[in-house]
Design a protein around this ligand. Structure first.
Ligand code: ATP
Ligand code: MG
Length: 594
């Protein structure tokens, strides 16, 4: 029986196929109907092909075929991490709250933490990630610059209390992540470790057969450093990626900037002037007659509560605030829009009439695009009134200027001027230069050549292994089912005898090809079910085996078997040539790192 200690500890997989893999001996519960719970194609196919089953929302069991694919992806990851010189370890999934308090994330990551209590009522955290644990390990084990650089990785279960678990494995409560952590003597050396992981990630996703691309990513509240996300283009993704076909610039919309011009300064107007705007509470209403103030001459004022205090956030009337950028600007992710009562308590007016003119009690964060703007209109903090002739520099006390607006498609690229495009995408991996934030807090110091002690310079690198599995399906499918890349298919070849009578020539050849291919290192499943050919072909296509070998009496009488790549035409071959043909097809179809 598994006990608590085995949760998250996966034995290192050794991929020996069971000696005799017959369909009837496995559990491959394919479904004709699509389960109602699944919204996106990859989730539907995971269920229909019998790869996973739901326990309850956000929690899934991997069935034998799903697990085989999972192990293949993990294997590719291990090979590339090892190639990059990282060391595999396995950390506890159960973590003491104290180290989370020490790093400060007990509060800042509170919304995703699952907390459990033991019999002595002591609190533990179920690992959503492992910076705290690895930095504690480094604090104990790393003493000297001679031990650096070092990079540790693990493949293990992570837990996150997601607000909205959905889309099957894409956003689950419990999922498998490969996480790695590098330790270096300097910023420059840390960049080297980062680069190695960046290259390894590219190879990993290429080898999984995924179209993928790295994009500049938000560094969030740790800030100031360097980060890329690896994205898989897909309409069902939860990220918007801004990219330029001219120069290759690509960034998550949470981080992307464009070359859009600042607000044009005008002749500085006279002093601000209050004017009545009864019933006008939207940018749009103010842009219409009789006021006719274009949105790009309005200042939009938003109120958030951060650190229990109201803050004012200003963007241009025609721009949208980007909350990820706001988090970086204010240095915390813990903030929320103020409620109606909090707003009127703070400014004495309601949304639609808010502004920052003369406000000194609260911090004011303003978007860079407003810098130097004058002749602007904004709410007067009195219901039914606005100010015109507002000059930001003269009339508003800005606490901090920052890039706060969301880039939209068609804006000019900041680097080359070409119009930017936006694409939906799935984030499958994330590389991040952390700096010394964790090493300082958790005391991971090393003795340098100059005899001084310094905090290790860290990087962290994550891959959503189970999300990657589903992303492959999301990207690679057709009307009949999954189209697995050879590298991660649960079995590479499915042999489909059209009759299964034990001593028939058909079955004998099927068995022979099965053992010949297996002996050559190919993953083969033999569909020995006593089913109509149509049923077997449909299931093989649904599960998505890259190559199917059909053996029937008729073709055998002609001295042929039929080899069919999942998306290609049937290729009749002589039985004695089948093994070589399959091997060369596999070589041809295997995705490679670019
Ligand atoms: P997201 O923005 O999608 O919530 P994240 O940025 O919080 O992800 P990281 O902390 O960077 O995630 O984790 C590393 C990787 O783990 C991600 O790139 C993603 O592939 C995967 N991942 C994160 N959360 C989940 C989840 N709830 N279910 C499945 N995979 C996840
Ligand atoms: Mg991320």
């Amino acid at each position: 029986m598994p006990d608590g200690n085995s949760i998250g500890k996966r034995p290192c997989p050794v991929h020996t196929s069971p000696p005799d893999m017959k369909w009837t001996k496995s559990l491959i519960p394919t479904l004709k109907e699509t389960p109602a719970e699944a919204e996106i194609v990859s989730h539907k196919l995971l269920l229909r092909a019998g790869l996973i089953r739901k326990l309850t929302g956000g929690l899934y069991t991997f069935l034998p075929l799903g697990l085989r694919t999972l192990h293949k992806i993990e294997q590719i990851i291990r090979e590339e991490m090892n190639r990059a010189g990282a060391l595999e370890v396995l950390m506890p999934t159960f973590q003491p709250s104290e180290i989370w308090q020490q790093s400060g994330r007990y509060e800042t990551a509170a919304d995703v933490l699952y907390k459990v209590r033991d019999r002595a009522k002591k609190e533990w955290i179920l690992s959503p990630t492992a910076e705290e644990v690895i930095t504690s390990l480094a604090a104990g084990e790393i003493n000297s610059y001679r031990q650096l650089p070092i990079n540790f990785y693990q493949v293990s279960i992570k837990f996150r209390d997601e607000i909205r678990p959905r889309f099957g494995l894409m956003r689950a409560k419990e999922f498998i992540m490969k996480d790695a952590y590098s330790f270096d003597v300097s910023d420059e050396a840390a960049m080297g470790s980062y680069r190695k992981m960046y290259d390894a990630y590219k190879r990993i996703f290429d080898r999984c057969g995924l179209k993928n691309f790295p994009v500049e990513a938000d560094t969030g509240v740790i800030g100031g450093n360097y980060s890329h996300e690896f994205m898989v283009p897909a309409e069902t993704g939860e990220n918007d990626v801004v990219f330029c076909e001219g120069c290759g610039y690509a960034a998550n919309v949470e981080k992307a900037a464009s070359g859009i011009p600042k607000t044009a300064p005008r002749e500085i107007g006279p002093a601000i002037e209050k004017f009545a705007t009864p019933g006008v509470v939207t940018i749009e209403a103010l842009s219409k007659a009789p006021y006719s103030v274009p949105a790009n001459r309005q200042i939009k004022t938003l109120i958030y509560i951060a650190d229990s205090k109201p803050i004012l956030v200003l963007v241009r009337g025609d721009d949208q605030l980007n909350e990820a950028k706001l988090a970086s600007a204010i240095g915390t992710t813990i903030f929320r829009p103020a409620e109606a009562q909090e707003i009127s308590d703070a400014l004495g007016a309601h949304p639609g009439s808010l502004g920052a003119v003369g406000v000194t009690k609260f911090s004011v964060y303003a978007d860079e695009r407003l810098r130097g703007a004058n002749d602007m209109t904004t709410g007067a903090n009195e219901d039914g009134f606005h100010f015109r002739n507002v000059s930001i520099d003269r009339d508003i006390q800005v606490t901090k200027w920052a890039d706060l607006r969301t880039v939209t498609k068609g804006e000019p690229c900041a680097k080359c001027g070409k119009p930017l495009k936006i694409q939906r995408a799935i984030e499958v991996g994330h590389v991040f230069k952390l700096g010394t934030n964790y090493s300082e807090k958790l005391n991971a110091m090393f003795l340098a050549e100059d005899g001084q002690r310094y905090p290790c310079v860290m990087g962290c690198y994550g891959i959503g292994v189970t999300r990657t599995l589903q992303a492959v399906i999301e990207q690679s499918n057709d009307k009949d089912g999954i189209v697995w890349p050879v590298s991660v298919a649960p079995y590479t070849v499915c042999i489909t005898p059209l009759s299964v009578a034990p001593d028939s020539a058909v079955m004998k050849l099927a068995e022979q090809l099965y053992s010949d291919l297996t002996a050559r290192g190919v993953d083969v499943i033999l569909d020995d079910r006593d089913e109509r050919p149509g049923v077997k072909f449909k299931d093989a296509d649904l599960v998505g085996f890259p190559i199917r070998i059909g053996i029937g009496e008729k073709s055998l009488a002609k001295g042929e078997v039929e080899i069919k790549p999942r998306t290609g035409a049937v290729q009749p071959v002589k039985p004695e040539e089948a093994v070589e043909r399959v091997l060369s097809l596999i070589a041809e179809l295997t995705p490679r790192a670019s």
